[in-house]
Design a protein around this ligand. Structure first.
Ligand SMILES: CC(C)(COP(=O)(O)OP(=O)(O)OC[C@H]1O[C@@H](n2cnc3c(N)ncnc32)[C@H](O)[C@@H]1OP(=O)(O)O)[C@@H](O)C(=O)NCCC(=O)NCCS
Length: 187
């Protein structure tokens, strides 16, 4: 079985790395919050079996594609605060999508934007991606703002699968490699 490359990304305030079994309690505490479930596709309630299925799928993607979902921790205390993904979305792996969810306890402090900037830099500089897109429900402007602050442009309107089935209005933003700008030095 292919092992997972020990990819760790560091920003001024955050550490990002693939999630591990030992993170279960901390990740479940955030993923099971209904404010997080409401604007994502996470199961609700989010039980241990859901965590096991999520981790299995996440680690499978890391082994297969060498990138995927990062668990995000604050550097000052090592606390798990959220999830930030970069998923190659086509066979040539030059295009990717991002998705994220963070603990309501830390919303509004710029953490999602900081983590997104880190994975964008990793994707463009180390994976030679050509573009990254982010999608969100139209009723979730905070997500759109995170994408916008990290430089993704649009938005383009699109119907997205709704949580409970059917479709719901959504918005898609995209960043092309040549337009990417990052704060601070490369790490
Ligand atoms: C979306 C989410 C990840 C943002 O995390 P965060 O760490 O608070 O993000 P940041 O602090 O980096 O930026 C949030 C921005 O959204 C803005 N915002 C928050 N609520 C908003 C609203 N209702 N309308 C418009 N903007 C809003 C904030 O003011 C901030 O922008 P600013 O810096 O210009 O003031 C977080 O709210 C979350 O986890 N939500 C639930 C899961 C989710 O929706 N994930 C995205 C699925 S596509």
């Amino acid at each position: 079985m292919k092992t997972i490359a020990p990819i760790v990304l560091e920003t001024e305030r955050l550490t990002l790395r693939p999630p591990r079994e030992e993170d279960a309690a901390a990740i479940m505490a955030v993923a099971s919050d209904e404010r997080v479930a409401a604007t994502t596709y996470l199961p609700h309630p989010f039980l241990r079996a859901d965590f096991d299925a999520w981790l299995g799928s996440v680690l499978g993607a890391w082994r297969e594609k060498g990138v995927g979902v990062f668990a995000v921790f604050t550097r000052h205390d090592g606390a798990f605060i959220g999830s930030m993904s970069l998923r190659p979305s086509d066979e040539t792996a030059t295009h990717a999508s991002t998705g994220f969810w963070f603990s309501p306890q830390v919303w509004g402090q710029g953490y999602a934007t900081e983590a997104l900037q880190a994975v964008l830099r990793f994707g463009f500089e180390h994976l030679a991606l050509e573009s990254v897109e982010g999608r969100h429900f139209a009723f979730n402007p905070a997500s759109g703002r995170v994408l916008e602050k990290a430089g993704l442009t649009g938005p383009v309107a699109a119907d997205l699968p709704a949580r409970g089935g059917g479709v719901t209005p959504g918005l898609i933003r995209t960043l092309h490699a040549g337009d990417a700008r990052y704060p601070g030095p490369s790490r």
